[in-house]
Design a protein around this ligand. Sequence first.
Ligand code: BG6
Length: 461
Amino acid sequence: GVLVIFGATGDLAQRKILPALARLERDGKLPKTLQIVGVARRQEHDDASYRQWAAGAISQGPDDEANALLPRIYFQSIGDESSERFQALEARLKELERKHELPGPRFYYLALPPQSLQHTVLSLGHSQPGTRGATRLVIEKPFGHDLDSARRLNQMLHQRFDESEIYRIDHYLGKDTVQNLLVLRFANPLLESVWNRDRIESVHLLVAESLGVGSRADYYDRNGALRDMVQNHLTQLLSLVAMEAPSSMLADAIRFEKAKVLRAASLDLEDSFFARYQRAGETPGYLEEKGVSEDSRTETFVSLKLQIDNWRWQGVPFYLSTGKRLPQRLTRIRVKFKRAPVCLFESMGTCMLSSNVLDINLQPDEGFEMHIDVKVPGSPMRLQSIPLAFQYASRFDLMPEAYETLLLDVLKGDQTLFVHAEESELSWSLYAPLLEQTQRKLLDYPAGSWGPEDAALHLAL
Ligand code: BG6
């Protein structure tokens, strides 16, 4: 088929999409017939100059097999996005399909800012009457700004495309360790048998980032941590950790179970924290970042408490936390199990019973650790919590990048790792009470710290 990338000169194409395609090509995973058409407003590129630009993005050595991809990359300007331009694009795609005898399907990857999405989707639909099923549409985040806008987006998409043709990206789902959550849970009955309110005390999901907003202040300041990280990535993690076993590993079965979690989830509004980083030494505070508005009230840290009212989880708090400019980059799910009901060792002068803790480290040090108590050799009797640890790096070669996995799935037509329309709306509606708050307390935390003190219990460091 033909993969058409809208936003072909943008940051995402440069940093993620093209490099991922190149690595797939190097590993022999791309169909040899796949042709790639970069589409952007700019006029200055032709095929040759875009190839050169793409080569820079891919930055492989001269003999690298990924370079075999370059002759299959083309460029088409969409200029003022007029219908003539879309017709010209359509003609070009048809010509390529004819020349290379490509039966389809056609893939449209929309790496576009939200304001360009609607016009592009509707224009694509117009140029292709009656071809439902022959197209796959990839939509990047952000998917809406709140429940209303997400609904409108879905309605707009469904005017032209069937849900089975729509691939909403949440790149966290493409991470191997995130997919491993399903394996960890449903291939290991030992764990699954204690994965419930009888045995689990609390679950702490954390996505910590050490970087600040960098050059993306313009986007970030209009969104903040709740929209940027919680509504999508953390909520996906929550669904995977809390869902029931699906009836099969097919996309619909899995997405159905994930949606059920969101239906049963609710926020504890009293126990939620919003904060932003302040200058610490050389590190500037959020308000000092270039592009952040002077009177900004945008949070760079958020920590929430949720409950899931179903048979498995009633009464177990789930904490979702994320922040920029925290001490380290770390995505971790910490599951705290209940303590032993009786402290048998008290009479021997020790009762430092810790609860069992399972840490699932999603990145960067992929793996997990199960903390259990052991007796320290000798007397008097003393207990110590030690980790039973597994690290991916000690056993397996490099992990694929999320985008490699997701692109392959689009080409294969597997929607499992993509967000369903219903999920996107359920997730926005879960956070609606917070998004609707007009007056919200915004705490401070020094850049490089673990966020505001008040939220420390949520993080369970
Ligand atoms: C993106 C957010 O979706 O995810 C960024 O917009 C964030 O703000 C990034 O930095 C984190 O992704 P990863 O894969 O580095 O954990």
